[in-house]
Write a protein that binds this ligand. Structure first.
Ligand SMILES: C[S@@+](CC[C@H](N)C(=O)[O-])C[C@H]1O[C@@H](n2cnc3c(N)ncnc32)[C@H](O)[C@@H]1O
Length: 209
């Protein structure tokens, strides 16, 4: 089993230069989706290849995965997909990245690292300060998607997002998937594993009001 990377380690306190949207994508005007903790990016490759009217951005803390994903995107000449390396909290807390949040239509936190011990909760990617930043900068009607197979983590994330007055839960039946970042309901690697092993999934979507 892989060792979780500690996002609070000083290795991640410096963030790399974030390119502009027009450096990342061939058409920077397309709808933008951000996937936090995208691992090797397979989910985003599946999405970007089919949904060419969206741009997809992945942030991942394991540098090697980001290097490989970037090379793969260049080799396959995929122009609506980009990967950034680092701790998503540090990257998006940095004022140089404000434009990313301001341009998002949606953001996904799919199967984030659970950090089971209470003293490690600060390492979880969803933190109140982070959700405050999203709530201040996201456009109205932007969506946040969360999914996990860890009930305690689900409750923790849900409590933080729901207690922010700028986000409201939206019912699954009210989500127009065909116009979302994932019209074909593509699954992440973790979700495929969880489905095969018949483990429960806890998920919720929030809209910025
Ligand atoms: C359990 S994996 C899930 C990967 C993928 N989302 C999926 O559903 O298959 C969690 C991923 O989040 C990454 N990660 C954890 N904390 C992060 C952080 N603060 N910033 C960016 N990536 C992070 C991990 O390295 C790992 O690749």
């Amino acid at each position: 089993m892989r060792q979780h990377v500690n996002p609070l380690s000083s290795n991640f306190s410096q963030t790399e230069r974030i390119p502009s949207l027009s450096e990342m994508f061939s058409d920077s005007k397309l709808n933008l989706h951000l996937d936090i903790g995208c691992a090797c990016g397979e989910f985003l490759f599946d999405l970007a290849l089919v949904n060419t009217s969206w741009n997809y951005l992945g942030i991942e803390i394991r540098e090697k995965l980001v290097k490989n994903a970037r090379l793969k995107a260049v080799k396959r000449e995929i122009k609506n997909l980009y990967f950034v390396f680092g701790n998503a909290n540090n990257i998006l807390n940095d004022s140089q990245s404000k434009f990313i949040i301001e341009n998002l239509k949606s953001i996904s936190f799919y199967f984030p690292d659970p950090w089971f011990k209470k003293r490690h909760y600060k390492r979880r990617v969803i933190q109140p300060e982070f959700i405050d930043i999203l709530s201040n900068l996201l456009q109205k009607r932007s969506l946040i998607f969360i999914k996990t197979d860890v009930k305690d983590l689900f409750d923790y994330m849900d409590e933080i997002i729901s207690s922010n007055f700028n986000f409201k839960t939206i019912d699954k039946k009210d989500i127009n998937y065909s116009e979302s970042f994932n019209p074909n309901k593509v699954k992440t690697n973790r979700e495929k594993y969880v489905n095969i092993n018949q483990i429960d999934i806890f998920e919720r979507t929030y809209i910025k009001i």
